[in-house]
Design a protein around this ligand. Structure first.
Ligand SMILES: [Zn+2]
Ligand SMILES: [Zn+2]
Length: 273
């Protein structure tokens, strides 16, 4: 049994309109903590934003309708990291209204405004002296923003399942073809992710959980809805091997409400088991 934190905000759009109701039966468990925006979950401080993004990005996001959503989305990831470090929880699931992985140091777009994993990593370094981190990205698309932020950072392992192949040691891309079975995807994950994590020994794993690669969604690679809880299980096992189970699942791409409704409770169940 793990202590799992759920970080939630209400500014999260149509695809998540079944939440938090769909978490009934989960929220009342003793090992689940629910942190809600404006109460326990607070927004990301500007000083921290400036450690990852340029003033131009911050000013640009301020002019969009998503500024507040982005502050609380990334606030969830930052606080998940902090609460794990303080040993209040073991792992976390973060609901987001805007994504992370297309937001770089000096640009944003593609539904991503500020980079929550990037901010959480900078925050853990500054506040707790944490040193080594891993980011796994299973959104259908390349995590260009995360790569832009950490591409030259030897203490961050970035493993990205996308549409190209690349490996320079700490920056790894694995091409996933357009018609992939769950079995192929999960065995590739076991082969390409788990050994790298064991070698690299991060102190925490951030998982960009995008479900747009699911069959019928906009980045379909042919995966079924059951692939995502399968990914959660592999990431969790890897985290147990190397970093006392410390991991944060961050909601990334995906548009369909029915897929979110199916996958998210299952992933939270997996994390909290
Ligand atoms: Zn995507
Ligand atoms: Zn990639």
């Amino acid at each position: 049994m793990k202590r799992t934190g759920i970080f939630f905000l209400y500014l999260i759009g149509e695809r998540l309109s079944d939440f938090p109701e769909e978490l009934e039966g989960i929220l009342n468990r003793d090992n689940i903590s629910f942190y809600e925006a404006y109460y326990e979950l607070t927004s990301t401080p500007e000083e921290l934003l400036l450690s990852v993004h340029t003033p131009r990005v911050i000013e640009g996001v301020k002019r969009t309708p998503y500024y507040e959503t982005a502050l609380y989305s990334t606030g969830g990831t930052v606080q998940a990291g902090e609460r794990i470090w303080r040993d209040e929880i073991d792992n976390a699931f973060v609901f987001t209204g805007t994504g992370d992985h297309h937001a770089g140091r000096d640009y944003f777009g593609g539904g991503c405004h500020f980079n929550g994993a990037g901010l959480a990593i900078e925050n853990l370094r500054r506040q707790f002296g944490a040193r080594r981190f891993a980011v796994l990205d299973t959104d259908s698309h390349h995590g260009d923003g995360t790569r832009d932020i950490f591409g030259h950072d030897a203490d961050v392992l970035h493993v990205c399942f996308c549409s190209m192949n690349h490996d320079d040691g700490t920056n790894v891309d694995i091409a996933i073809p357009y018609s992939t079975s769950d079995e192929e995807y999960l065995s590739t994950l076991e082969a390409e992710f788990t050994p790298r994590i064991v070698d690299f020994k991060p102190e925490i794993i951030f998982w960009e959980f995008g479900y747009d690669a699911t069959s019928g969604d906009y980045g379909s690679k042919g995966l079924s809805v059951d692939c995502h809880p399968g990914i959660a299980n592999i990431v969790k096992k890897s985290a147990e091997k190397v970093c006392q189970g410390r991991m944060v699942a961050i909601l990334c791409g995906g548009s369909r409400r029915d897929i979110a409704r199916y996958c998210i409770p299952r992933i939270i169940n997996c994390l909290s088991e």
